[in-house]
Write a protein that binds this ligand. Sequence first.
Ligand code: XIL
Length: 460
Amino acid sequence: MRSTRWKAASRAALALAGAGALAAGMALTATAPAAAGTTLGASAAEKGRYFGTAVAGFKLSDSAYTTILNREFNMVTAENEMKMNATEPQQNQFSYGAADQIVNHARSRGMSVRGHTLAWHSQQPGWMESMSGSALRQAMLNHVTQVATHFRGQVVAWDVVNEAFADGSSGGRRDSNLQRTGNDWIEAAFRAARAADPGAKLCYNDYNTDNWTHAKTQGVYNMVRDFKARGVPIDCVGFQSHFNNESPYVSNYRTTLSSFAALGVDVQITELDIQGASANTYRSVVEDCLAVARCNGITVWGIRDSDSWRASQTPLLFNNNGSKKPAYDAVLAALNNGTTPTDPPTDPPTDPPTDPPTTPPPGSGGCTATVSVNQWTGGFVATVKVTAGSSAISGWTIGIGLPSGATVTNAWNANRSGNTGTTNWTNVAYNGRVGAGQSTEYGFQANGTAGSLSPTCSAS
Ligand code: XIL
């Protein structure tokens, strides 16, 4: 039912593109004979998708810019104007002028709007950067509620939370003031957003989550799977897809998109740019999205290379004078050539790649555990890293003695017995198997003071 909004956006774009003869429902069935669209938005709409761009409000007075924007795109993301520092510069004083200008420009021309972003460790207003604990949690939830309420009915989707996972091999959360308010801050933000705007799609958005084998990708995947299992309101996952030499496009990108989609969420490519703008790579990205039924839109992060936050990488579809680059032609051709799968999606789920296929002999190489603690006045979050010894293990039990006054209030990625004194933790279904020398993490939040914690680990 929730997908009707995306479909409506596509239909609106189709009608605008003058393709009204195409029956509305056919936009979603794959094998509709494709009239070749002549713009990115019209071509995407013929495939039941949108094609969007980031827009900087101050450029709306540049007619070279708006000419391309109005001609080519049917979805808009505010590049900076809906971020926390822009919309709540002083606590409880909200400022929507710049964002409203972008929303009005887009909607008055039949374009839809993605909201970006309600909660993020970056681009926070100064007053929020210096907050912590329950005061910060309340301020964040108030921000989510106020901003989502202001734009209710005007944005089709929100990046509710942006970039909450760590880079590197941990697969865990990024440390931030928001994370230190407790691991449930993300789901709390999603619940507040749903309450404030029940009609908007609610997305989690991140970068370096394109490569299916990366720990960060798996970390986000596990969170989304957990949210779906527990009924946390999440509808979509955004892949920023800033591709460059350090973080290039990979051929398993399609597997990533389809694997997330198989969890029951829509997926979108939300901030696409590609260093050097290889036409082949742009084509591959579009083909990968079209191959996944629930990949319902692509947004590039700017219009001309000179508009890019990484202008020196010339990563976009138009050059500085507004001419179409070879990458533009490749994208348009891919949109026009592509066939899309029929609805509902047929992509099979793909298992995360990290688990060894066989069950090792019980207890063979043992395990060790280490704890890192984020302490604030009156509470802390502990992240426990479980590492297998010289052999793979198929399950683990951790013992942690808490000092008096410390009480566990919340935990994730482990089963718990006891919340004061001696606590015992065992693996959940998806993280019991750990390869030789490999690690997994779980965490908990507690009231009180952690002191120094000395976990024990036994393997099975
Ligand atoms: C960038 C903007 O493009 C810049 O103008 C700004 O200075 C910094 O932020 N991930 C995101 C986007 O989610 O909001 C970021 O946008 C790029 C990385």
